[in-house]
Ligand binder design. Sequence first.
Ligand code: ZN
Length: 465
Amino acid sequence: MTTKVSLSAVAVMLSVALVSGQTRVTVPANKYTPAQDVELGREAAAEVRQKLPMMRDDAVTSYVEDIGRRLVATIPAEFSHPEFRYTFETVNVREINAFALPGGPMFINRGMIEAASTEGEVAGVMAHELSHVILRHGTAQASKATKYEVGSILGAIAGAVIGGRVGSVVAQGAQFGFGTYFLKFGRQFERDADIGGAQIMARAGYDPRQMANMFRTIEKQGGSGGPEWLSDHPNPGNRVEYINKEAQSLRVQNPVQNTQGFERVRAHLRSLSPAPTTEQATRTANKGGSSAPRAGSSRPTGRVTPPSSKYTEYNEGDIFRVSVPSNWRELSGSSAVTFAPEGAFGDQNGQNVFTHGVQMGIARNETHDLDTATGELIESLAEGNPRLTRATGGYRRASVDGRPGLQTTLENVSEVTGRREVIQLVTAEMRDGNLFYMIGVAPEDDVRAYEPAFQRIARSIRFAR
Ligand SMILES: [Zn+2]
């Protein structure tokens, strides 16, 4: 009897020691609300289901869902969001990939299950993805405003509606045009998702080292899909080592080994015809899609022709109309619409950038005071662009389609050319109180050629509401 008591006392002490040995994972700053995560994730998931072949196979679905439920049940209270809806769907494609969207929808490629050698490896990838969801990394990433984009939800919705591309909120980069905005993570987020995922696995009875094993498998996969997962989830360095180290502080008693369920599902998958590649699967599905180029496809070349004197009108999702020089192209963005000439836009270090052109969006305005709202907008811009400075001259009163507006000039150092660029910012209070903004960007040397175009574009704006 006495022995038993002292044993349990030891056990209590041990478990305290184990908890304190765990690495603490923190939730990053986020401008979105959890409800907005749900909304954005739902929209993106609908697009995913439309574009990718979902496996409607009860055996596979229920197997993956079981693992998912088991993991979800261990989410600690501090990270739990009652409004999140966790779903687990399998995509019938060959590549070793998986991704999860804000608010809960998770997609696991059939190729991921086929490449795993244990259920724990499948659970490891899912636990990693689940960590991104509960730490709200997708919208935290979106909060970090790309170039002059403001990470505002209204902006995001406007962006989504703009050009009729429902999915443009997630339509950046990536081969197949969705998801990446929420899916491409930086090293800190990756590390946190690995650590958080290891902890979830341990609580769910899996050995976290199996996550490290799966990542090793993925890294070994050269051309056949490994890199796709890795480009969204870059190795922060020493990934396998720190996961295994974390696993040591998370000792799991009798971890789940190979399960009958895993073997059954694998045998079932082998009995089906092989999964196509994502490219094969989406080739037909995406025909006739938007021809708008994605900003994330290349680096700006810097060879740019001056703004045409001919203008083309665009109707932006029944929010506003605008005319821009006809040699500029409309670029899909996550929360704003950008028009830029060929050679002026592209991708740098995972960020969409442009050297010449205009960007427009709508930012939530809670103050209903144009000066304050414009000041807040400039602050958001400065967060994503540390070298942004306000030029002298302050605000000039302006009017956009008859609505009260402000105009101001800012300066920045281009992340592409390293040279100074001038930013003409025009804001206006919309009828619903929100803030419309237009940002004209040109290198200092070219600003004289671009300023008249920015003015003409601003004059052409017509709000639909
Ligand atoms: Zn990740």
